[in-house]
Ligand binder design. Structure first.
Ligand code: NAP
Length: 276
């Protein structure tokens, strides 16, 4: 991993976060190349990290053992086709973080028989607390899988999927998931304020409670149901609140919401492949 050259195509938010994480893990800046059509973005990144700037995407691809595609999904086809010859010659491991673009489409645009890992990070990856699902096609070796995992671990936790179709579920669960928790916290803050707390107090208590509950769940060997039961004394306040949630069938609502997001993810992936 130390000696491998990593090239990023796209120097935006995710590339910034990944590079920051890799350097913090001890990767040498000189082994990282970056290309982007936005010169200002490139300059900012170079000043921040002292990585090597490439004039073209092709130049970056030619230098790469690992090629990370970090442009927006709609722009991926053009970028991939531009680098097809370089990829076919150099045969790097290609890691795509573009949401919703399927491995089979990327493989086709790059000229086929390419080792591709598709990664689906979420927004907290921007502050190194992401949850990323990974899928590798059959051309990816075990060593390359380890490398891809190490790279994505620089921005949070990772989980491998054995089938690419699960990416739609992942998109609905962890990809869109931060928004569900934001909604829940937003509603808790509002309820606290309606009952008389000032905005700052309601916000602080809500956010720290969400953080504390998550930390407890992560550090515990018990599942969430057991942890919930432990804080629910018979006849107490929590029991009253949970009864209201159950009466309103919150679980069914969450299931419906995640199903709807997964279905939309499938439709969007289909569209991205067809349009291109
Ligand atoms: N941000 C997230 O939380 C998140 C979460 C999951 C997945 N992702 C995925 O990560 C990828 C990158 O997202 P991001 O938020 O980092 O996007 P971003 O900030 O917009 O970065 C993309 C960069 O690529 C550049 N670019 C566009 N076309 C190019 C081309 N032909 N050649 C080279 N560079 C080009 C853009 O330049 P311009 O600005 O000039 O267009 C921009 O600097 C996306 O595919 C997204 O689906 C992001």
């Amino acid at each position: 991993m130390e000696t491998l050259k990593i090239s990023f195509i796209g120097a935006g938010n995710m590339a910034n976060s990944l590079i920051g994480g890799l350097l913090a893990d001890g990767k040498a800046p000189a082994s990282i190349n970056i290309a982007d059509i936005n010169q200002e973005q490139l300059r900012t990144l170079q000043q921040r990290f002292a990585v090597t700037i490439c004039q073209t995407n092709r130049e970056a691809a030619e230098a790469a053992d690992i090629l990370i595609l970090a442009v927006k999904p709609q722009g991926l086809k053009a970028v991939a086709e531009e680098m097809r010859d370089s990829v076919q010659t150099k045969k790097p491991l290609v890691i795509s973080i573009a949401a919703g673009v399927r491995e089979q489409d990327i493989n086709r645009w790059l000229g086929n028989n390419v080792a591709i890992v598709r990664a689906m990070p979420n927004t907290p990856a921007l502050i190194q607390t992401g949850a990323t699902a990974l899928y590798a096609n059959s051309k990816v070796s075990q060593e390359q899988r380890n490398t891809a995992e190490t790279i994505l671990r620089a921005v949070g936790v990772t989980a491998w999927l054995d089938e690419e179709r699960h990416m739609d579920t992942v998109t609905a669960l962890s990809g869109s998931g931060p928004a569900y928790f934001f909604l829940f916290m937003e509603a808790m803050e509002a309820a606290g304020q309606e009952l008389g707390l000032d905005a700052e107090t309601a916000r602080l208590l809500t956010l720290q409670t969400a953080f504390g509950a998550t930390k407890m769940a992560l550090e515990s060997s018990e599942n969430c149901a057991t942890l919930r039961q432990r804080v629910t004394s018979p006849g107490g306040t929590t029991e009253q609140a949970l009864r209201v949630f159950e009466t309103g069938d919150l679980r069914k609502l969450i299931k419906q919401a995640i199903n709807a997001a997964a279905k939309r993810s499938e439709e969007l992936a289909q569209q991205l492949g067809e349009e291109n």
